[in-house]
Design a protein around this ligand. Sequence first.
Ligand SMILES: Cc1ncc(COP(=O)(O)O)c(C=O)c1O
Length: 372
Amino acid sequence: MDYKRMPIEVESPEMIGYSNIPFNLAESSVTDLRFKDLDLNLDDLVIAYTDHFGKPELRALLAEEHKNIAASEVLLTPSAATALFMIHTTLLNVDSHLIVVKPNYGTNIETPKAIGCAVDYVDLKFEDGYCIDVEDVKQKIKPTTRLISITSPHNPTGTIVPEETIQALIALAEERGCYLLIDETYKFLQLTENTIPDYVSRSKQVISVCSFSKAFGLPGIRLGWLITKDAALYHQLLAAKEQIIIANSVVDEEIAFQFYKHKNAFLLATMEQVNANFKTLQTFMAEHPILEWVEPNGGVVCFPRVKANLRFDTEKFYHRLLAEYATFVGAGHWFDESDRSFRLGFGYLSTQDFKEALVRLNSCLEDAIVNA
Ligand SMILES: Cc1ncc(COP(=O)(O)O)c(C=O)c1O
C-alpha cells in the first residue's frame, strides 16, 4: 500500500488547533458534545475486549432504523473512515476496477489509489447541480468492476442523491454483479421534509456506511457502522476488522449506546441550530455578488464558488481569512478541485457565531477581488 497524507487531513482544524480558529466554517459536523451533556454512567463498565461484531444491543437499535435489517447484518466499526478502509481493502486489488464519484470525502478516493486498483471517476459538476449521470456510470463499468462508490448526503456539496438515481445504480450493480457502496455518514442530517430512503434493505449488492461523528457531535469516540445483507461479505469485513483492531473500544461503544437511546432528543436540538444557520446562509447566498452555489439538501456542508467572471486572488483569500479574520473554510484543493470553490459548514457554530463568521467571510471575499 502506497499511503499518502491528504491535504484535508494535513490542513484540518484539529491539526491547526481548534482554539486557533474562533470562526470555524470548515467543519463538516454539528457542534461537538461534551461528556457532561450525555449524562453517562460508565462506573460498572468492565474495560475488556468486547464482542467483535460490536455491542449487540447497539447493533439491534441501529437495525431497527431499517425495515428489513437484522442486528446480525450490522457491524460496528472504529469510525466510518475505518469501515471504508475495510470495504476498499476487502473488495479491491490491483486487478480490480472502481467507479467513484468525484469530488468526494478523500478516503473514498485515496485508499483505492493506495491499493493500486484501476479507478474511473464520475465527475459531479456544478452546472448539473452535482447530480450523478447514470449513463456515465454505465459506460464506465467493466467486467473487473467490483465497486461503484457514491456518497449521499454528499461531502462537500450537501446534495442528496435522488431516489431514482440510487435505484438505477442498485439495478446496475445487481445486473453487473458488483457492489454499490453508499457512504451515508451524513444520513441523519436532512434539510428537507423527505426522509432518506432505506437503500441497504433493498439489495444484497448495497453496502451502507454511517457514523456517530457528523450528526451526533461525537467524532471523538471514533465509532461508525456498516450494513450489508451479504453474509459472506459481512464475514470477510469482520475478518478485516479483526485484523486491524480485533474489537472496538468498549468505552466508545458504551458511550454510543447510552447516547443512542436518547438520540432523537439530541437530534431535535441539533436540527434547530442547523436549520437556523441554514436559513441565515440562504439569505447570505441569495444574490450574493461574489459567490454562487448549488443549494444543499442534506448534511451540514455546501460547496460555494467564486463567480467565473470575477478575478479573484485565492492565495490572499485563504491566507487573510485565517490570519486576519480568524475564520476558516475547507479549500477546494482538499477535494482536488479549484480553490475558487470551498467547503462551508453550517452545523458547527452557534447561530450567533455563524452570523459573525459570514460577516468576516464576506469582508475577506471582497478584499480578495482583483479590480482590473
Ligand atoms: C463522507 C464521509 N465519510 C466518512 C467520513 C469519516 O467519518 P468518521 O469520523 O466516522 O471516520 C467523513 C468525514 O469527514 C465523510 O465526510
